[in-house]
Design a protein around this ligand. Sequence first.
Ligand SMILES: Nc1ncnc2c1ncn2[C@@H]1O[C@H](COP(=O)(O)OP(=O)(O)O)[C@@H](O)[C@H]1O
Ligand SMILES: [Mg+2]
Length: 274
Amino acid sequence: MSARILTTEAPAPGITAEPVPAKPLLQVRALHKSFGGVNVLRGVDLTVNPGEVSFVIGPSGGGKSTLIRCINFLETPNAGEITFDGRLLCREEGNVFKMEPERVLRAARSEMPMVFQHFNLFSHRTVLENVIEGPVMVKRWPRDEAIAHAEKLLAEVGLADKADRYPDELSGGQKQRVAIARALAMRPKLILFDEPTSALDPELVSGILDTIRALAEQGMTLIIVSHEMGFARRLADVVHFIADGTIVESGPPARIFDNPDNPRLATFIRSILH
Ligand SMILES: Nc1ncnc2c1ncn2[C@@H]1O[C@H](COP(=O)(O)OP(=O)(O)O)[C@@H](O)[C@H]1O
Ligand SMILES: [Mg+2]
């Protein structure tokens, strides 16, 4: 952390204050993850500031899902450091990789829920039960409060009339909106999206993109893995290109899409835009 972030002193009279950079909400350093000897993440560094919308793009198999699953410990990293909301969740000590106890990781995970490509709803539970599950079981909030909040969120995503339905009675777009309401029900600080529209019929994609855009406009911090490049270009504050387990290039969407430095990124952009 730079000294500047810690500075709290008022500037001397006559000296213009430099803007104090926001403290990152999430800081990932030198993150490594392998599966059966295959190095999938090979030293990923990523900083996400509060209120920022970050897109992660890159070729299939490049480690996008693994990265965001490691960020909230759905996968266990092998090495590196993750700091979330001021808490150091895993770190290197000497050569030993240490993680905080499961209860700490679970609490952190509940503040950065994930929205999956295939929704991952409980099929034997109603829409309302899906949305209150986390608040009641993980956060231990009173059930009636959780229900009132869930009903409000379902209304916000346009599903007020579906609370008592089961996931199989809904379209893919409706299921994904339930999944977004479920994430919001945790009162998250960050939402991770893993290709939230990839499993949807084309006519249902724009409804989900509109829902995500509304979250961004409300100031929610988002990390979005997506192949929707037009959407990324319009919504992203920063785009990260990941390939072969490292972030090869990061930058504002205009530069990443129109003026990429890295030849692999340039090839990737050409391949998806044409
Ligand atoms: N649970 C797992 N077990 C073994 N290999 C995995 C597992 N998850 C991902 N991988 C491998 O890690 C690599 C990166 O996968 P992934 O993170 O899903 O990439 P992306 O999301 O960019 O397509 C792939 O080669 C994939 O086969
Ligand atoms: Mg993936």
